[in-house]
Design a protein around this ligand. Structure first.
Ligand code: SAH
Ligand code: MG
Length: 221
């Protein structure tokens, strides 16, 4: 079986397991009114390492993964960006292109029936999206503008009982960039998401629903 850690990418095996757990929780219990379990949406798939963890768990939950990525790389993947990889430079286009590597990963993992590539900008897809999402995994661009665009565009699509998982959340500024942490702070402060788990730099939150009808109101202390 393909070991996702052999695929170029940035997710640890422990974080991958936490993503799989999130799918088992968010897609089984997501209070979707659809006859099929709600799907997983991944923002930022790169070469598909994280997508393999999500895809295997999605298959077990009877659902699918929409893997959204323009495959042109984030700021840090551009030449000289610090995480640039010459294997993914398309000289003719003069652009990064991770789509062939992504497709190869999904074929080798035997997940072509479960993982659906959505090739384009996260904000453009989000603006037309209408399906409740069981697990939203946010691992796209890390500029503040892009991170906030992902939060604004996608957070409202997470189903009641669904999961929001944010990668590269560093609580201390000296450890890394702030934008994913800014999104985490907004999610926690919104009152719509409860922090559930933290594994590595993966922060997992759960979408809180309204109190069930006819259930007693919580006693005010
Ligand atoms: N989840 C992957 C790593 C993702 S790297 C793993 O752990 O293996 C971040 C990805 O986000 C890159 O592939 C980049 O192309 C994509 N990305 C960055 N900004 C984006 C945007 N605005 N819309 C769509 N994809 C974006
Ligand atoms: Mg990441």
């Amino acid at each position: 079986m393909l070991d996702p850690q052999t695929i170029p990418g940035f997710l640890t095996a422990e974080e991958g397991q936490a993503l799989a757990d999130a799918v088992a929780l968010g897609c089984a219990d997501g209070a979707s009114r659809s006859p099929v379990p709600p799907p997983v949406v991944e923002i930022g798939a790169y070469c598909g390492r994280s997508t393999v963890y999500l895809g295997r768990a999605a298959r077990a939950a009877g659902t699918v993964v929409y893997a959204v990525d323009h495959h042109r790389g984030s700021e840090e993947h551009q030449p000289g960006g610090g995480y640039d990889d010459p294997r993914f430079w398309d000289a003719e286009a003069g652009r990064v292109d991770t789509l062939p590597a992504f497709r190869d990963t999904i074929r080798r993992a035997d997940l072509e029936d479960v993982v659906l590539a959505v090739v384009g900008s996260s904000a453009v897809v989000a603006a037309r999206w209408t399906t409740p999402v069981g697990v939203l995994f946010v691992d796209g661009g890390h500029s503040l503008a892009t991170a906030l665009e992902d939060w604004r565009g996608w957070a409202g699509h997470v189903a009641m009982g669904g999961v929001l998982a944010i990668h590269d959340v560093f609580h201390r500024p000296e450890e890394g960039g702030r934008p994913p942490h800014e999104v985490f702070l907004r999610a926690a402060a919104s009152g719509l998401f409860d922090p559930l788990a933290r594994v590595g730099t993966l922060q997992v939150l759960r979408r809180v629903g309204p109190r069930p009808l006819h259930a007693p109101a919580p006693v005010q202390g």
